[in-house]
Ligand binder design. Structure first.
Ligand code: F0G
Length: 419
């Protein structure tokens, strides 16, 4: 199977352009990368992956941000707003409380539009330029729409976003709006939005920039590459485990691909690949269900609900790429309650790290897996926090304390403080 850590590097097909091609993960059919617009396999509708004749080595990486990893990407540069190079925070109190050898927080909320989506968009919008397509579009729980709007604007392209009405956090809509996306509020959930935008794309109305687009995931690989480089610098070893929130499972797929490519290049030992550990909200946990049942396919959940609106997703389109990633790396998946998510959001805030609810799911999941003994006390772990606190100001205010009204004089303030 092509999605295995022990897969051999395939021979370069004739359709390759500058050593880059697209390959179906199901039937292995190959396609030229930039001749036509294509999101899935013409033959079997399977998901596509970008393949390279030359695999990257650590020595190839130079510079800053996502484009430091150009050797692992289809281009030398993209439509950029200086994405990537996000902090990998130490969290000594949380590390102690959870009880692992090392815990670091990769805060993707520190990207230009406040989420990891920027890493995918800098590549995806570049491909759109290359293909010469007109209007860019996505379905979104919010962050993808903010990133698409910003990167589309940066590239001088028109953008259209489909959002589930009433279920997108305020900061994200504000971003899409100011960056001038045309915003359609759909009377349905995210999965319905994605169905529609896929049909619009199939009709040639829009260029799709959801994570179904294989080029988006190329950019998101750089999260994994940054984590590995930082751990090698700080601990002289890669992390034992990477814990991340899962919605469409794009990041899970992207990190797995980054590691597979390093293994194929002889840069990373197969046994050292970090255990990919996905976390979903209890009300939207189809991936967890598939892992727990050892199922080959994920069952679509029609009714999903969680406070972590970013991952309120019932049909993770990248599951065929992500399930092997979790299994082959020896990882797992776990569901957490909204209360556990908010508790983790507060714990991160107490270390000075402000994240939106979906992001805190990773820490909530780690806490649970450690308590259950699935994660050992000698593990070095990286948790991904995917979006910034300001994305969802309402959730942050609800999780924090309330402002207290006081009179406009010092005595009144002092009196209030003594109460
Ligand atoms: N965390 C945040 C903050 C997200 O916005 C998303 C996805 C995820 C995690 C899940 O990532 O899909 O790679 O598993 N948000 C998409 C959006 C769906 O439209 O913004 P995944």
């Amino acid at each position: 199977m092509s999605l295995s850590l022990s897969a051999e590097q395939p021979a370069t097909p004739d359709v390759a352009t500058d050593g880059v091609w697209l390959e179906c993960i199901e039937c292995g059919d190959t396609f030229a990368p930039f001749d036509d617009v294509r999101y899935t396999c013409d033959e079997c509708d399977g998901l596509l992956e970008v393949r390279y004749e030359d695999l990257p080595t650590f020595d190839d990486f130079e510079g800053h941000g996502v484009w430091r990893y150009a050797a692992a990407l289809p281009f030398e540069s993209g439509v950029s707003i200086q994405e990537g190079s996000t902090p990998l925070y130490e969290v000594p109190r949380l590390e102690d409380e959870i009880g692992v050898e090392a815990l670091r927080i990769k805060h993707e909320g520190m990207n230009p539009t406040g989420s990891f989506k920027d890493r995918g968009m800098t590549v995806g919008v570049k491909v759109a330029e290359e293909l010469g397509v007109g209007r860019l579009a996505c379905a979104s729980t919010g962050n993808t729409s903010a990133a698409l709007a910003a990167y589309g604007s940066r590239g001088g392209m028109e953008t259209l976003v489909l959002l589930p009405a009433g279920k997108v956090a305020a900061g994200k809509i504000a971003q899409a709006s100011l960056h001038d996306a045309r915003i359609l509020e759909v009377d349905g959930n995210f999965d319905a939005c994605l169905d529609i935008v896929q049909e619009l794309a199939a009709k040639g109305e829009v260029y799709l920039l959801n994570s179904l687009n294989p080029f988006r995931l190329e950019g998101q690989k750089t999260i994994g590459l940054e984590i590995l480089e930082a751990f090698l610098a700080d601990y002289d070893t890669v992390p034992d485990r990477i814990v991340l929130p899962v919605g469409n499972a794009g990041n899970t797929s992207a990190l797995y691909k980054a590691f597979r490519e390093l293994v194929q290049a002889g840069e990373l030992d197969e046994d050292d690949v970090p255990k990919l550990t996905g976390v979903q909200a209890e009300g939207a946990a189809p991936m967890v269900e598939a892992i727990e049942n050892d199922a080959d396919e994920v069952r679509r959940w029609d009714d999903v609900e969680t406070r972590a609106t970013a991952i309120r997703i019932g049909n993770p389109v990248n599951a065929p790429k992500a399930l092997p990633g979790i299994r082959e790396t020896g990882g797992t998946a776990v569901a957490v309650s909204d209360e556990e998510i908010t508790d983790a959001q507060r714990s991160l805030a107490a270390e000075g790290i402000g994240v939106e609810p979906a992001s805190a799911a990773s820490v909530a999941g780690l806490r649970k897996l450690r308590a259950d003994g699935v994660v050992d006390d000698d593990e070095r772990v990286a948790c991904l926090t995917t979006g910034h606190l300001l994305k969802d100001p309402d959730a942050a205010a609800a999780a924090g304390g309330d402002p207290e009204p006081v009179p406009a004089d010092t005595d009144g303030v002092l009196e209030h403080l003594q109460q």
